[in-house]
Design a protein around this ligand. Structure first.
Ligand code: FAD
Length: 396
């Protein structure tokens, strides 16, 4: 049967970044990437697709062009992980063996966990930036909105890019102020979290933004149903269990998210279903030849591409140490670095960078808790260029 020295499950942000670094650093590395999709998405720009700044096509590239020349692409889906046998199983039932495994299949959006959402999505004012095929419809509906109730939701975490549910709200509000719709509208934010943002320094700025924009917030609320016929969204109060029906004219939904089923069902997962790894070394506690990073991992940081960039360097260093027989004392340690570029309007952005201790860890020598034009340009132009030209090529 088939066997490779290093097998990577998932060719998304994490899979390609790690594969590219390994192919640069290891001579004759036998790296295989298992990835079913012919497309690769730069998801952070979906926020700006929903706001009409870029076209969705600008966020996608062919997977073929990103797989490192020295790596093997297995164009299939993993259906089972068998770490005790050093093997994974593909959708056709065949097995692929490995010496070392890197688990990074991302997370799944569980649209079906909200009653009526799957049917409602994409029509009648119900939109979401959380899928490639949907994000452009957000912009159509933002433009079509002339007043009434605009509702934005965020499910209980963890989700990918915890800032994205509110970024689109600030951009839409900005647009509606230009068209005059905002004067005839109520904008509300319903979130499963206890507050607007987990890092205090940035929460302070965001609370000022919410006040300035007169946005009504409802924390510890979870969307449980969308009744498209009546145009009402039903929320559960997470403290009391009480249900409230909220009429909407525009509804931007961030879906509940979780680990993929094949990972949940495997011996590699933690109780929540994520791939269990040490939060500093990124190595599985039970299977020393298994590592994980990205959205599918148990790393208790904010699930972002920015976190993947830092995680990948640590993972590659530690995996190479294991391959060369060096002890854990030579390992690098991941500090939980993540970043969330929060657009607070067109041309305005708060760059939140922080670590496991929820301390700000700014990369720039100025006060990044302030809304800045320069940081908006970084998101619009700088970060996509960094992604395609450096990160995807294994330079981080
Ligand atoms: P992904 O990039 O999602 O890749 C997972 C890959 O695994 C996919 O290619 C998939 O096809 C593949 N896969 C799935 N199942 C299987 C299987 N069974 N077998 C094999 N392969 C499989 N991050 C930021 O840093 N900044 C931002 O501003 C930002 N904004 C965002 C806005 C939105 C609207 C969204 C949706 C995300 C945003 N993110 C942002 C988050 C960022 O995109 C993710 O954190 C990042 O892509 C995670 O990388 P990953 O490789 O773990 O997962």
């Amino acid at each position: 049967s088939r066997r490779h020295r290093i097998v990577i499950v998932g060719g998304g942000t994490a899979g390609i970044t790690v594969a590219a670094q390994l192919c640069r650093k290891l001579d004759g590395a036998d790296v295989a990437i298992i990835e079913p999709s012919e497309q690769h998405y730069y998801q952070p720009l979906w926020t700006l697709v929903g706001a009409g700044v870029v076209k969705k096509e600008s966020t996608v590239r062919r997977e073929q062009g990103l797989i490192p020349a020295k790596a093997t692409w297995i164009k299939d889906r993993v259906t089972e992980l068998r770490p005790a046998d050093d093997a994974v199983v593909l959708s056709d039932g065949s097995a692929v063996g490995y010496d070392y495994l890197i688990v990074c299949p991302g997370l799944v959006c569980n649209w079906d966990q909200v009653d009526g959402l799957t049917e409602a999505l994409g029509h009648g004012g119900v939109v979401s930036n959380y899928a490639y095929e949907q994000c452009e419809k957000t912009w159509d509906e933002v433009q079509a909105f002339t007043g009434g109730n605009a509702v934005f939701t965020m499910p209980p975490p963890p989700i990918k890019c915890a800032g994205a549910p509110q970024k689109i709200m600030y951009l839409a509000d900005d647009h509606w102020r230009k068209t005059g719709a905002r004067g005839k509208a109520t904008v509300s934010y319903y979130a499963g979290t206890p507050g607007i943002f987990s890092v205090k320094a940035f929460a302070k700025t965001l609370n000022e933004v919410l006040a300035r924009k007169e946005i009504q917030t409802h924390f510890k609320h979870k969307l449980v149903a969308v009744q498209a016929g009546e145009k009402t969204a039903v929320f559960e109060n997470l403290d009391t269990g009480e249900h409230t029906s909220v009429p909407y004219d525009f509804l931007h939904v961030t879906p509940p998210q979780g680990a993929p089923e094949f990972l949940k069902a495997s011996p590699l997962s933690d109780p929540a279903g994520w791939c269990a790894v040490d939060k500093h070394t990124l190595r599985s506690p039970d299977f020393p030849n298994v590592f994980s990073l990205g959205d599918a991992s148990s790393l208790p940081t904010s699930k972002t591409g920015a976190a993947v960039r830092k995680e990948s360097g640590v993972l590659v260093h530690n995996l190479m140490a294991v391959i060369s027989g060096r002890p854990e004392s030579t390992f690098k340690s991941y500090d939980g670095y993540a970043s969330c570029p929060l657009t607070t309007g067109y041309g305005k952005l708060v760059l939140a960078e922080f670590n496991y201790d929820l301390e700000p860890t700014p990369s720039f020598p100025f006060d990044t808790t302030k809304e800045r034009w320069s940081m908006y340009q970084l998101k619009r132009y700088g970060l996509p260029a960094l992604y395609w030209n450096a990160m995807m090529k294994g330079r981080v």
